[in-house]
Design a protein around this ligand. Structure first.
Ligand SMILES: C[S@@+](CC[C@H](N)C(=O)[O-])C[C@H]1O[C@@H](n2cnc3c(N)ncnc32)[C@H](O)[C@@H]1O
Length: 364
């Protein structure tokens, strides 16, 4: 059996899978104590980085004159159209498109599996599986093992070596300088809720509302997000730096379609991470409007999208069976800015971090 579980959508009920959570997770937090500021550690699943230092990668684009951007000048995004086997199987079985929400269920269960994987251990297993397959002349097993070896190498690099998925120092650089006190933060398409927790650590005392229509995100992606992962932020009473953990933040999770939310203009910050690029052009205005709709006057929209860079295109190609169940564009910061600017958002801060473009905006 392959080391990584392949997503399958060949039955009508696309029940989310549960993966066992490794029991030996030691994230370097001494019992009852806090990670020291400056702590860096590579665990078998991810990297902990509470260095109070500039990020490895942050290109500040805030000096751009956004009103001068045109589609002729910036060009259109790249589309990742190498579809997953699960999507192809579903569509040939049902002779109908895979419903968008089912695509997200497949995405979240498959992606979550990687977050839980003890990568060095899985790499040993995949290599042993390859040796076993070769010794039995089992071509199918050998191919699966080779695919696992490649995918695990890619995941190891982006998640553990480069820390490009969570990228805490890059995100802190992007989120810096918001004029908010005890903000209410709304996260649209929250998945694991990571960026809202980073924002709440930097601007404490408020509350977080996570919204995702995939219930697996409530139970697993956020529900099993490590309690001991440290977020570097501040202590509101002293203004000194301090480390926060998710169980110290008031967080609620609403399983709902973001198009059906009933909130008023009551949030200081509305955030989405990797949402805009899943809306084709005909629906971009609707996506931007969902961010503006729930903002208090003067509130901030925080948005990031994956970058159109060579290694990101390779990543979505190699990971297609796990990640590519639905529409996705890879764009650059100028294209992302133009989508937001032409749909009524003013750009205050713009940057490029390891894997994403990021914008901090206000409603015009
Ligand atoms: C690409 S993920 C966001 C990236 C995220 N940071 C991660 O780690 O996967 C987008 C999330 O938005 C959710 N989503 C997409 N459309 C939605 C909608 N209309 N209502 C609620 N959630 C939605 C999906 O279920 C998914 O969890």
């Amino acid at each position: 059996m392959a080391t990584l579980v392949r997503p399958e959508a060949t039955t009508v009920a696309l029940a989310p899978r549960s993966f066992p959570v490794p029991t030996d997770r030691a994230w370097g937090r001494p019992r009852g104590a806090r990670h020291a500021i400056g702590h860096v550690e590579r665990t078998p699943q991810f990297t902990i980085d509470v260095r109070d230092q500039a990020p490895d990668m942050f290109v500040d684009l805030a000096a751009t004159d956004w009103s001068k951007l045109t589609w002729k000048g910036v060009g259109k995004p790249y589309k990742t159209e190498k579809w997953s086997r699960a999507r192809r199987d579903y569509e040939s079985l049902h002779n109908a498109p895979l419903p968008v929400i089912e695509g997200w269920r497949l995405f979240n269960t498959a992606f979550h599996q990687f977050f839980l994987t003890d990568v060095p251990d899985a790499q040993v297993q995949a290599r042993a599986q390859l040796t076993h397959a070769l010794s039995h002349f089992d071509a199918h097993e050998a191919q699966e093992a080779m695919e696992d070896i490649v995918r695990l190498a890619v995941w190891n690099k982006i998640m553990r070596v480069e820390d490009a998925v969570w990228d805490p120092r890059g995100k802190r650089a992007l989120f810096a300088g918001l004029d908010v006190k005890s903000p209410r933060i709304l996260f649209l398409g929250a998945a694991d809720g990571y960026e809202a927790m980073q924002l709440a650590a930097m601007y404490p005392g408020g509350e977080i509302v996570l919204v995702d229509y995939d219930a697996f995100c409530e139970t697993d992606r956020f529900g099993k997000f490590p309690l001991n992962y440290p977020f570097l932020g501040v202590d509101a009473s002293t203004g000194h730096k301090r480390v926060w953990y998710r169980d110290e933040m008031p967080i609620s999770f609403e399983v709902a379609d973001i198009r059906d939310l009933k909130y008023g203009k009551e949030f200081d910050v509305v955030v989405s991470i990797g949402l805009l690029e899943h809306f084709p052009d005909a629906h971009k205005a609707e996506c931007v409007e969902m961010h503006r709709k729930f903002l208090k006057p003067g509130g901030y929209v925080v948005m990031t999208t994956p970058r159109n860079q060579f290694k990101t295109r390779i990543y979505y190609n190699i990971m297609a069976d796990f990640m590519n169940h639905g529409y996705r564009e890879l764009m650059d910061a100028m294209q992302m800015s133009l989508y937001c600017y032409e749909n009524g958002l003013d750009i205050l801060r713009a940057g490029v971090i390891k894997a994403h473009n990021g914008l901090i905006m206000k409603a015009r």
